[in-house]
Write a protein that binds this ligand. Structure first.
Ligand SMILES: *[C@@H]1O[C@H](CO)[C@@H](O)[C@H](O)[C@H]1NC(C)=O
Ligand SMILES: *[C@@H]1O[C@H](CO)[C@@H](O)[C@H](O)[C@H]1NC(C)=O
Ligand SMILES: *[C@@H]1O[C@H](CO)[C@@H](O)[C@H](O)[C@H]1NC(C)=O
Ligand SMILES: *[C@@H]1O[C@H](CO)[C@@H](O)[C@H](O)[C@H]1NC(C)=O
Ligand SMILES: *[C@@H]1O[C@H](CO)[C@@H](O)[C@H](O)[C@H]1NC(C)=O
Ligand SMILES: *[C@@H]1O[C@H](CO)[C@@H](O)[C@H](O)[C@H]1NC(C)=O
Ligand SMILES: *[C@@H]1O[C@H](CO)[C@@H](O)[C@H](O)[C@H]1NC(C)=O
Ligand SMILES: *[C@@H]1O[C@H](CO)[C@@H](O)[C@H](O)[C@H]1NC(C)=O
Ligand SMILES: [Cu+2]
Length: 597
């Protein structure tokens, strides 16, 4: 118990510092970037592949800021595609227009046009990232956002060196066609070619015997390294280890967590995990490995995706025999081991004393129970059709039995702002997301797992498509329980909310049962996140305060799930005061009328 005292003391100073930082905002600086989005050829695996990237780089340029700074990014779209850039995890207080969710907060930036994103990074410290939010282009259009604390005051010993570790995938397919395949029902033949760490495929891959490059981290014995892990992959959660080294997890999603010692990290798509690693092993060379996990059969299997980098010590003795050959490999969890991620995420907690804690400990104004599943719809709006592999129907993903349809004429936020939502001259027609599934079933019964023989479409129940929203009063306290269902095979679901961080109260296997599960809620020191990994055949409960007016996307961060419709929009009302009201849109917001097709 006495071990906890230094943390509590450090925390007190941390929150005090955050509170004071508001007053010192005159010191805030501006961080300005120009992002030129362009197609370039990159050569890997003997192939020249045309990819869409920012400033010629994969991953894209880092955005480095100090808490309280204003970030200004001029996006110049020289690609043939419509794009937006989303600042994943940035709270965007009163700047919903800069959230970059295509057709939710803005129409996309058309080819040969520009748009400038302006927002503050306030009240959050740690690692976030940016990525394209129109279709699947985020595979190569992404980069890290690092927010450093004011006066470099961490609630732990300051690391010597900061190291971004971006885990992603290398695709050799036409991503626009892959996206179309997913929105038309999914195709399990669409897989990436390789996993990457910081854009490197690693020596696990080669071109006629010539190995691909590894990411190399040079370290000095005795120094502390802050590894900032981002999972930018479209498909998979990853396990990350470094041979003979241990980690202390200190942050996630730009929120500090209570220091947690482990030798393995699980990072789901959309999540970030900050760990401290002390270079305390004998000077040598060690592999760092990122291995994708996946649920076991009968779920359809994708190939094993793994990438590795090298931790290389300075001053390796010449007579160190074991350092001469291959670096040491860590022992990885099995790719089908899904308990390691369950325990990893279950063991994280936040720092007590968060200013919003009292609100979520009090009255809960709104309860949502959201089932995450799959169904089928008939092509061409037909009322009935043949399902189960028949091309008359397509497979879609849903929340509470409604598959999300993106608005097409105008962004949802503009429709709300200009009074063009529903009604006579509506540009966007929305429906309420149901508060619970219309019909309860045994959500996690493994017998419901649709088996896919030879990649054929499955026999799935009817569902429907609509643009759903949930409206909340300003400052409402909202609880959401996400329930994974076995209609999605036994996939986990990394659920991401824009514009708000939420407290993760609990997770569990099987069907959520309020009678017994509410007692397991952590309302003392829950972790604060923007992405929660909802376990396979299980559930997760979150609470947040809806205090940021606007229209905020809430969706699964597996790309094939969002492309298939596992999404909805949270609409938060303006408050009575000017300081609680979303200002009008910036004058250069892309016009929807310019939208082609
Ligand atoms: C190069 O790409 C083509 C298809 O785009 C693929 O068939 C081939 O396997 C790739 N080559 C390598 C070495 O991966
Ligand atoms: C964008 O500009 C380039 C160069 O002027 C031109 O070749 C291209 O056709 C333009 N693209 C579109 C979609 O207008
Ligand atoms: C789309 O799916 C079809 C059918 O499974 C497949 O043949 C095709 O290769 C896929 N397209 C891409 C670009 O992956
Ligand atoms: C190169 O890749 C091929 C398969 O693509 C594999 O058989 C071979 O072992 C690899 N060679 C090296 C040196 O990794
Ligand atoms: C924490 O991890 C251990 C195993 O490493 C596990 O036994 C325990 O159940 C986990 N705790 C939670 C709350 O998930
Ligand atoms: C749900 O399915 C599981 C697995 O078949 C079974 O053990 C459980 O009893 C079922 N629950 C209910 C409420 O029917
Ligand atoms: C989902 O909705 C469809 C109608 O759109 C209905 O036929 C089906 O029974 C519903 N399924 C569930 C699980 O609620
Ligand atoms: C919401 O809460 C904030 C701070 O707790 C307060 O300043 C604001 O007036 C509240 N707004 C409404 C509409 O209750
Ligand atoms: Cu999902």
């Amino acid at each position: 118990m006495s071990k906890m005292l230094p943390i509590a003391a450090a925390l007190f100073f941390f929150y005090a510092a955050v509170a004071l930082s508001g007053a010192a905002s005159s010191k805030a600086a501006m961080v300005e970037h120009t992002f030129v989005v362009k197609q370039v050829y990159m050569r890997h695996l003997c192939n020249d592949t045309l990819v869409t990237v920012v400033n010629g780089q994969f991953p894209g340029p880092p955005v480095e800021a100090t808490e309280g700074d204003t970030v200004v990014v001029h996006v110049v779209n020289e690609s043939p595609f419509e794009i937006t850039i989303h600042w994943h995890g940035v709270k965007q207080r009163l700047t919903c227009w800069a959230d970059g969710a295509g057709m939710i907060t803005q129409c996309p930036i058309q080819p040969n046009t520009t748009f400038t994103y302006r927002f503050n990074v306030d009240g959050q410290v740690g690692t976030l990232w940016w990525h394209a939010h129109v279709s699947i282009l985020r595979a190569t259009l992404h980069g890290i956002i690092v927010i450093r604390p004011k006066s470099s005051s961490y609630p732990f010993q300051k690391p010597h060196v900061d190291v971004p570790i971006i885990i992603a995938e290398w695709w050799q397919r036409d991503l626009m066609k892959v996206d179309k395949n997913f929105s038309m029902g999914g195709s399990f033949s669409d897989n990436p070619a390789a996993a990457t760490i910081n854009g490197k495929l690693s020596d696990l891959y080669n071109c006629s015997g010539v190995r691909e490059d590894n990411f190399v981290l040079n370290v000095e014995h005795g120094k502390t390294y802050m590894l900032r892990l981002v999972n930018a992959a479209l498909f998979s959660e990853y396990y990350f280890k470094v041979a003979d080294h241990k980690f202390t997890v200190v942050g996630s999603d730009a929120n500090y967590v209570r220091p947690y010692a482990t030798d393995v990290v699980a990072v789901a798509p959309g999540e970030t995990i900050d760990v401290l690693m002390v270079a305390d092993a004998p000077p040598c060379r060690y592999y760092m490995v990122a291995l994708a996990n996946q649920p076991p059969a009968p779920d359809p299997q994708i190939p094993v995706f793994m990438s590795r980098g090298i931790v290389q010590y300075r001053g390796i003795p010449l007579d160190a025999d074991k350092c001469r050959n291959e670096p040491l490999m860590p022992e990885m969890p099995d790719q089908h081991d899904t308990l390691t991620t369950f325990y990893f995420h279950g063991n994280l907690s936040g720092l007590p004393g968060h200013p919003l804690l009292p609100k979520i400990q009090g009255r809960v104004d709104e309860h949502l129970f959201i089932s995450l599943g799959k169904g089928s719809i008939c092509k061409g709006n037909k009322p009935s059709c043949r399902r189960g592999g028949n091309p008359e129907s397509i497979e879609v993903a849903y929340m509470n039995n409604v598959s999300f349809r993106l608005p097409e004429k105008m962004s949802l936020l503009e429709a709300r702002h200009y009074g063009k939502m529903n009604g006579a001259d509506a540009a966007v027609v929305v429906q309420d997301l149901p508060s619970r599934p219309p019909r309860a079933f045994n959500y996690t019964d493994p017998a419901l797992i649709p088996v896919v023989p030879g990649g054929e479409l499955e026999r799935l129940e009817a569902t429907r498509k609509a643009t759903t929203v949930r409206r909340f009063a300003h400052n409402a306290t909202v609880e959401v329980v996400f329930q994974s269902t076995s209609t999605m095979q036994s996939d986990s679901n990394p659920m991401h909310l824009h514009g708000h961080d939420f407290f993760v109260l609990a997770q569990g296997h099987g069907n959520y049962d309020p009678a017994k599960d509410v007692s397991s809620y952590n309302v003392v020191d829950p972790q604060m996140k923007n992405t929660v990994q909802v376990p396979r055949l299980g559930w997760a409960a979150i609470r947040f305060v809806a205090d940021n007016p606007g229209a905020w996307f809430m969706h699964c961060h597996f790309e094939f799930h969002i492309a298939m419709g596992m999404a909805t929009v949270i609409e938060v009302a303006n408050g009575p005061m000017l300081g609680d009201t979303l200002p009008p849109p910036p004058s250069d917001l892309p016009k929807c009328e310019n939208k082609k097709n």
